[in-house]
Design a protein around this ligand. Structure first.
Ligand code: HEM
Length: 530
């Protein structure tokens, strides 16, 4: 290797000193902030270096900056944005000045496979969709369909898989199992079709994989300047090529489901009530578009068009699959690693539900799980620490001032961190990092009400999640049924950490060993009786 001359060494030392001095100066100039605003590249480098622990890194910065800071992007890329986890700002943006904050054009472009679905709509289109979905998702028929679908899937899908893992003493990735379980469930509810992704051979389901690919691409689009990913999309290269392929796979799948359903309905002269089964495709296809709903509003949207049905399917499958599966995966990890909490859940079930089961296999009903206050508290605590949707976007319409004093120009992007809000001392107290379900229970033994702009997991204000009740119902049924019948033991040294993705999964899945509580070696029950 050639030796460096004195002059080269001098240049190298001076360059080194210049960089150190610049760093220290910028650090001081930025008020000793953890994030330095570099010339040209803004704050991007530190975010990239810390991307492997993005959620905790940003939480740390938010804690240090009293809950709000202005993120400076690179000079040649997209605009700067405000990042916040201040509950008063959230209340202002999501409720008090709701009309001034919409999803915005950037959001729609990043999530373009969602079509004109509710998640990316604003203004009148959103209002119409919200009214339509409110009346169906909150209906008794939908609740009953959820219950029946879930019971069948637990019995024919989840139990056999867990029983098998227990018999073979094999390790199973319970997060993958839950993802498959929820995918089959939501497909049955929305499309009236069971893709049977939860089968013993763990089949590859192209449509489920297409969802994963599109979700991955949405994160990728967040990290690059819009001009770059749009160029890649135009040239059809890299990740953008993958998105297009995944998008086509989903559209083919949706079209097949819609065509099949139209044929089925065309052959039947009976209405949905008579057909017995309930799914959203059927509901929208047989529904009278001119009818007024129970809130008295009229539809400005034709719910029978292929475009509406495709976009609805895409949005509800996205809402109903991953978020609930991720919430359940974190729940089972927290419960398995806090034996005291597990015992309290089992004691509560024993006290409230055991009558009539004789300790045998059981799926708990809606009425039964609604009695379980402690279980409800454990689920709230899980969703506080690990909100399945970790970030949300908004964009200002007009200039505004946030309660924190930050000036917001028109068309400013605002990102709020649901993950960080679950870890703010001013909301949850000094023990905010502790997993403590008791914090949710009042002295009179009921669930404490925490305003949604503080417990933000399901969003707040007029755009609060429409699936919140359904989620609690699903999580309680799966959690109680699995815990009653099985004990899950996390495999030693299995790494646990949140993924950096649109949905907050456990990065490497959750490997567990499964033990039957009422197996033949454990009480003489054959495990098949209900
Ligand atoms: C753990 C489970 C769930 C969590 C954490 C969750 C969370 C959220 C959040 C944060 C939003 C706001 C999204 C935004 O404005 O961009 C939202 C909206 C929504 N959620 Fe959920 N969700 C869950 C499950 C469900 C389920 C199972 C459904 C129904 C199948 C559902 C249906 C919806 C709908 C339709 C909206 C749109 C509301 C609107 O924009 O007006 N969610 N959800």
């Amino acid at each position: 290797m050639a030796m460096l001359g004195y002059s080269e060494m001098l240049v190298a030392i001076l360059a080194f000193l210049f960089i150190v001095t610049l760093t220290l100066w910028l650090w001081w100039w930025n008020g000793n902030s953890l994030l330095i605003n570099w010339p040209v590249v803004g704050m991007v480098p530190q975010l990239s270096w810390n991307s492997y622990r993005l959620h905790d890194f940003l939480t740390c910065i938010l804690q240090q900056s009293q809950g709000t800071f202005l993120f400076k992007g690179h000079w040649f890329g997209d605009k700067d944005f405000v990042f916040t986890s201040d509950s008063m700002n959230i209340h202002h943006i999501l409720s008090k000045n709701f009309a001034n904050y919409h999803k915005g054009e950037d959001f729609r472009e990043i999530f373009e496979p969602m079509g004109d679905g509710i998640f990316i709509s604003d203004s009148d289109n959103w209002r119409n969709l919200r009214r339509i979905f409110h009346s169906v998702l909150k209906s008794r028929r939908f609740e009953l369909a959820t219950k029946t679908t879930m019971e069948q899937k637990i019995l024919n899908g989840l139990f056999p898989i867990l029983k098998n893992a227990s018999m073979l003493a094999s390790e199973v990735d319970i997060q993958d199992v839950l993802k498959r379980f929820m995918f089959d469930n939501i497909c049955l509810l929305v499309l009236g079709l069971d893709p049977n992704s939860l089968s013993p051979e763990f089949p590859h389901i192209p449509c489920a994989k297409a969802y994963d690919d599109m979700s991955e691409a949405a994160i990728y689009r967040h990290t690059l300047p819009g001009s770059i990913w749009k160029l890649q999309r135009w040239l059809q290269i890299g990740k953008e090529k993958k998105v297009r392929k995944a998008w086509d796979i989903f559209d083919d799948f949706a079209e097949q489901c819609i065509t099949r359903k139209r044929q089925q309905l065309g052959q039947s002269s009976r209405n949905q009530e008579e057909l017995g089964d309930f799914d959203l495709l059927t509901y929208f296809l047989v529904r009278d578009d001119n009818s007024k709903d129970h809130q008295g509003g009229e539809d400005a949207i034709c719910t029978k068009s292929n475009k509406f049905l495709r976009d609805t399917a895409f949005n509800l499958l996205a809402a109903g699959r991953d978020s609930v599966a991720a919430g359940l995966a974190w729940f089972f990890w927290l419960v398995a690693t806090h034996p005291f909490v597990e015992k309290k859940i089992l004691d509560e079930m024993e006290a409230n539900l055991r009558e009539g089961t004789g300790g045998k296999w059981k799926i708990f009903s809606i009425e039964e799980v609604s009695k379980l206050v402690y279980l409800h508290a454990v689920i709230c605590e899980t969703l506080r620490l690990y909100p399945p949707i970790p970030f949300e976007h908004k964009a200002s319409v007009e200039p505004d001032i946030l309660p924190s004093g930050h000036q917001i120009p028109g068309n400013m992007k605002i990102i709020y961190s649901l993950y960080s809000m679950g870890r703010m001392e001013d909301i949850w107290g000094k023990d905010f990092l502790e997993f403590k379900p008791e914090r949710w229970i009042s002295e009179s033994g009921e669930i404490k009400h925490v305003p949604s702009y503080k417990f933000i997991t399901f969003n707040a204000g007029p755009r609060t999640c429409l699936g919140k009740d359904l989620t609690f119902l699903q999580m309680k049924t799966v959690a109680s049924t699995v815990l009653w019948n099985f004990s899950l033991q996390v495999v030693e040294n299995h790494p646990i950490g949140p993924s950096v993705s649109m949905v907050l999964f456990i990065e490497k899945g959750l490997k567990v060993k499964v033990f039957e509580r009422f197996g033949s070696s454990n009480g003489g029950n054959d495990g098949n009786r209900m």
